[in-house]
Design a protein around this ligand. Structure first.
Ligand code: ATP
Ligand code: MG
Length: 385
């Protein structure tokens, strides 16, 4: 029998209510960047890499950050099961960004598509992280690894899932909308609709629901809230399991945990959209590191740090006089060399204006180090378990 999932009400003077109010202020704020868009998109790529890697680490995917960074620098990426899993999460984010706006109905077909993308090409359980029935509700009972919670019997699943779909598409008052996202995350994990890949799906669903609710995460195009959970998997599991009682107090506790993680993610984004922060805390220290490691030479360092200090973070070869390079043939040769070494890239294809290239580049190691030193990389990503 289908019943309606009722949202519990937080106390007016609770921590949870303040969190909701703080997050509300961010909702319509355009996550606006003064950084040159090329720099911004490279940062976005790096974050997407950290997040997808983080999300797949929750699964117990043992690709460490260092290995993964090396793979990105050294292309081609080895196409084993783990890489497929990471690639799928990237495709899922693309799917979401291309198919979701404030009017999108997050129905069964949408979720089925998303699940198929998440598990595509992966070996079904018990041996792999794929699914026996991609995009379909499970037809048997399941246990969750490392958890005491037993999801509902598969016979009740259809009703449970319909209730869940109704919850996420129903109109909620503004003050209840973020609460709904938090509760939907736990509820979906609790009913465990698919035979596998539920965690990955649910973390993506957060992103979907935030876009649907008008959070400018999509324009920011840098935030996938799954990052909230990759820092501390034990805390994530503990908090979920407390909410398994389904009583109001425990559910509200979960919501507080969830929304405080989300708030921290938004804070990070705001910082990263700040041009001087990116220049002084990330790019310049990364270049220094790359020089110290002798990955670039002094001249390359001089040119690249000059570039980064320019207002638009760009350079043209005609400016190379200041580095003692005078003939135009030498200038062209120097720029070509920088390009070949993947240290710079043209802003427009075939154009003459160049910016720093730090994603698919030897500078990436330094960037990751700088991000780590500034608290952007969860500790456990670095551990070699
Ligand atoms: N006590 C619990 N109550 C509800 N859900 C839980 C609980 N413990 C864990 N979960 C959820 O179950 C997920 C694991 O389920 P499943 O193996 O289907 O997902 P996955 O995507 O394959 O794995 P992972 O989430 O580890 O990447 C966890 O990520 C979490 O979201
Ligand atoms: Mg699994």
């Amino acid at each position: 029998m289908q019943t309606k999932i009722i949202l519990p009400s937080p106390q007016w003077n609770s921590q949870l209510t303040s969190l909701i109010l703080e997050l509300e202020q961010i909702r319509t704020k355009r996550l606006y960047s003064t950084i040159q868009s090329d720099i911004f998109f490279q940062l976005k790529d790096i974050f997407q890499m950290l997040e997808t890697l983080g999300s797949s680490r929750i699964e117990g995917n043992h690709t460490t950050l260092a290995e993964y960074v090396e793979q990105i620098i050294e292309k081609p990426i080895v196409n084993d099961e783990q890489q497929t899993e990471i690639g799928n999460l990237r495709s899922a984010i693309d799917f979401i960004e291309n198919h979701t706006d404030e009017t999108t109905k997050i129905d069964r077909a949408y979720l089925s598509n998303l699940h198929q993308i998440v598990v595509m090409g992966l070996t079904p359980p018990p041996n792999g992280e794929g699914s026996k029935n991609p995009g379909e509700l499970r037809k048997h009972n399941v246990q969750i690894k490392k958890s005491d919670h037993t999801p509902p019997d598969f016979i009740a699943l259809q009703d449970n899932f319909d209730e869940f779909i109704e919850l996420i598409n129903r109109y909620h008052n503004t003050q209840n909308q973020l609460l709904m996202v938090a509760i939907a995350h736990h509820r979906c994990a609790y009913i465990h609709p698919f035979d596998n890949g539920n965690g990955r799906m649910i973390r993506l669903l957060d992103y979907v629901l935030l876009i649907k609710l008008g959070f400018n995460v999509k324009q920011g195009r840098i935030l996938n809230p799954s990052a909230v959970f990759y820092g501390d998997r034990d805390a994530y599991y503990d908090n979920l399991s407390i909410a398994d009682s389904l009583n109001d107090k425990d559910i509200l506790n979960w919501a507080e945990y969830f929304l405080s993680g989300l708030k921290n993610e938004f804070k990070k984004i705001d910082t990263l959209l700040n041009e001087s922060y990116v220049r002084d805390k990330l790019l310049l220290p990364a270049l220094r590191f790359t020089l110290d490691r002798q990955i670039i030479n002094q001249l390359e360092y001089n040119i690249l740090s000059y570039l980064v200090k320019q207002e638009k973070m760009t350079i043209q070869s005609k400016e190379f006089d200041i580095f003692g390079i005078n003939s135009s043939a030498q200038k062209t040769r120097m720029m070509n060399k920088l390009k070949q070494n993947r240290l710079v890239k043209a802003i427009k294809k075939g154009g003459r204006i160049y910016t720093i290239n730090f994603y698919n580049s030897p500078i990436l190691r330094g960037i990751i180090k700088a991000l780590d030193e500034n608290g952007f990389v969860a500790d456990f990503l670095n551990k070699n378990e």
